[in-house]
Design a protein around this ligand. Structure first.
Ligand code: M6R
Length: 631
């Protein structure tokens, strides 16, 4: 949700800013802009363009903008339409202060009213524009205190201004009078500082600076920093200087290549056998005594013994992974489990119960609703004196250096590698696997499944990588063929039951978000209670029918759809019953527990090919952003 990049140093700022924006474009792509200070003239040059970053590149037309200190922004619109006037950076009336911001300033209207009464004219509809005006006003009040150290003056001015801001923000500020200084601050929105050679930088996410450094300092909430070519100073909200050790990043993981794939999404679908292999290598270990494999979670799990109930908090695709997880935790491991939308949990949490494990699932680790819901849960549990109510937490994330990684110490790093396509695929896969790991661990600790049953499931997990390779290859073709026939449809219904109901939801979400086709996922048995009214020959039904507990029921439900003239696509093995499908995306016969890990593949590929066939921007679908850092 908006990407920020900023730099100060001894080198030209423009190449780093543009490279950083390219890497951040997945966070928002409504408009983009940069501002650079020329230290000789002490002028700020600002360029902005509506739409994709390419438009900004065209505007700059390979011209260099001299200056070694600058800020850049790629926007996902919250306040104000995606237009040039609303693009960042925003500049105050004197043209001396420039700001980029990611977040939402909730009291902006009140602040704007005050500024307007003072005669300040606004040029945009954004919440952000109040910030440069407020900083300029503050600088005037401070009387440009200390002209041989203007960076410190700017630091004081920004600190005074952020004290008056409500909401969440990550921001970077330039002041023409301090051409070698950059002030950055964050509250509930991600921001990291990078320590490069002859330059210091900051960005919303690590890939933005990965070409320039692998040493980072993540900023904490309520911190403010002053970056100059000579170093970085970070202060907390009490104005105490903060010292911490930098973190070293694995650069190869941060630099992502599309290879020969047309889109990142397709590459990331093809990455999944490797994702599974990596996860299995990381979390399954062979017991040297009995030669059997067991789950090896990266924290002490002995507290699982006292857990009586699990609550999972997540959004979007992560919630669908959590729903499969909930099925496994209840049906395989026998622990009552509930899954909540983070945005709902925040404002209507269930009554507190003792001995609860709370799991936060977020691939980005930055989803504002999930982070806030977890914070709220930690706070309300910490207020209860009874030990059995204390917070027990696990985070399942792809970004251990993210906000959730700093919030929760028991982390399952899903290790899927950075995902660029806005539609989550391989990270969903690794989240699913993490829930299999948790369910197995709980079943072992609670003794709800025999050694044999647990080994059987582990053996099935081990078979996945080669099976996935075949499935992807095969269904890449069948999905392309189906896409050719179906790219113009208007509505699709996805049906699944039991452990595959969340897979139907995920199939529908994938199709919606990248192809803009209306799709709905439903528990197959519920269709007759309403959605069946939608069906006719124009509405295809995609039905997930995996042999097991509910196979016959799903086939009967599919039959009901066929009786309403719907074209039936089956995600099912070729076996007795599946003849009813008009088109079968043939699946291997598999153990029902494992079936979601296979069934998701044709659904991802089908969405991908339909969107690609419609000529849409698969990796950066309209109105979406990879990391939703606003409420
Ligand atoms: O980073 P998170 O897992 O917390 O993100 C949650 C959702 O925003 C995300 O899954 C979204 O639904 C994706 N676009 C799905 O493809």
């Amino acid at each position: 949700m908006c990407g920020i990049v900023a730099v100060t140093g001894f080198k030209n700022a423009l190449p780093l800013l543009m490279n950083g924006l390219e890497k951040l474009e997945y966070r928002g792509y409504d408009s983009a802009g940069i501002a650079i200070i020329n230290s000789e003239t002490q002028n700020i040059t600002c360029n902005k363009a509506e739409g994709k970053l390419q438009n900004l590149k065209n505007l700059l037309n390979k011209n260099n903008i001299p200056g070694t200190t600058g800020i850049g922004h790629t926007r996902w619109a919250t306040h104000g339409k995606p237009e040039v006037k609303n693009a960042h950076p925003h500049i105050d009336s004197s043209g001396e202060v420039a700001v980029v911001q990611n977040g939402i300033i909730e009291n902006f209207q009140e602040l704007k009213n005050k500024l307007e009464k003072e005669g300040i004219a606004f040029n945009s509809d954004t919440d952000t524009e109040v910030i440069p005006h407020l900083i300029q006003r503050e600088l005037n009040t401070l009387g440009k205190l200390n002209l041989d150290n203007n960076g410190s003056t700017l630091l004081v001015a920004v600190r005074n201004v952020i004290n008056d801001l409500e909401g969440s923000y990550a921001l970077a500020v330039l002041w023409a009078a301090a051409p070698n200084s950059l002030v950055v601050a964050r509250r509930q929105a991600p921001l990291i500082i990078g320590l490069g050679e002859g330059e210091f930088m900051c960005a919303s996410d690590t890939p933005a600076i990965a070409n320039f450094t692998n040493i980072i300092l993540p900023m904490e909430d309520e911190e403010i920093g002053l970056l100059t070519p000579l170093g970085v100073e970070i202060y907390d909200s009490n104005n105490e200087r903060q010292y911490r050790n930098p973190i070293s990043l694995n650069i190869s993981e941060q630099i992502i290549d599309k290879m020969n794939f047309k889109h990142y999404m397709l590459k990331e679908i093809y990455d999944q056998p490797e994702t599974a292999k990596n996860w299995l290598e990381k979390y399954l270990i062979k017991n040297s005594k009995n030669g059997q494999f067991q789950i090896n979670l990266p924290f002490d799990t002995s507290f699982f013994e006292s857990i009586e109930r699990i609550e999972i908090i997540a959004c979007g695709t992560s919630k669908h992974a959590a729903m499969v997880g909930s099925f496994l935790l209840e049906q395989f491991a026998g622990i009552p489990t509930n899954v909540f939308y983070a945005s709902e949990f925040r404002y209507s949490p269930p009554p507190l119960l003792p001995n609860v494990l709370t799991i936060g699932v977020t691939q980005s680790g930055e989803t504002a609703d999930t982070i806030a819901a977890i914070n709220m849960e930690i706070t309300r549990r910490s207020l209860v004196e009874d030990e059995t109510f204390k917070p027990n937490l696990i985070a399942i994330t792809n970004r251990t250096e993210s906000s959730i990684g700093r919030q929760i110490s028991n982390i399952i790093d899903i290790g899927a590698g950075i995902e660029i396509g806005v539609a989550a695929t391989k990270t969903f896969y690794a989240q699913l696997l993490s829930f299999y790991g948790l369910a197995i661990q709980f079943a072992q600790i609670k003794g709800t499944k025999s050694k044999e049953e647990i080994s059987k499931l582990i053996v099935e997990l081990y078979k996945l990588p080669p099976l996935l390779e075949d499935l992807i290859e095969k269904h890449n073709q069948s999905a392309e063929k189906l896409a050719h026939d179906f790219f113009n449809i208007k509505d699709v219904v996805f049906l699944g039951r039991g452990i595959n109901y969340p897979i139907a939801l995920e199939g529908a979400l994938k199709l919606k978000e990248i192809s803009y086709i209306h799709a709905v996922g439903y528990p197959a048995g519920e269709m007759k209670h309403g959605p069946i009214a939608l069906l006719d020959k124009k509405v295809p039904v995609i039905s997930i029918a995996s042999p097991g507990e509910v196979f016959d029921k799903v086939i009967s439900n599919a039959q009901e759809a066929k009786a309403r003239d719907s074209y039936l696509i089956g995600i099912a093995p070729k076996c007795n019953g599946t003849q009813i499908f008009d088109y079968l995306m043939t699946m291997p016969e598999s153990n029902e527990w494992i079936s979601p890990l296979l069934n998701i593949i044709p659904l991802q590929l089908l969405s991908y090919h339909i969107a690609a066939h419609r000529g849409l921007d698969v990796d950066q679908p309209r109105n979406l952003a990879k990391s939703v850092t606003v409420e």
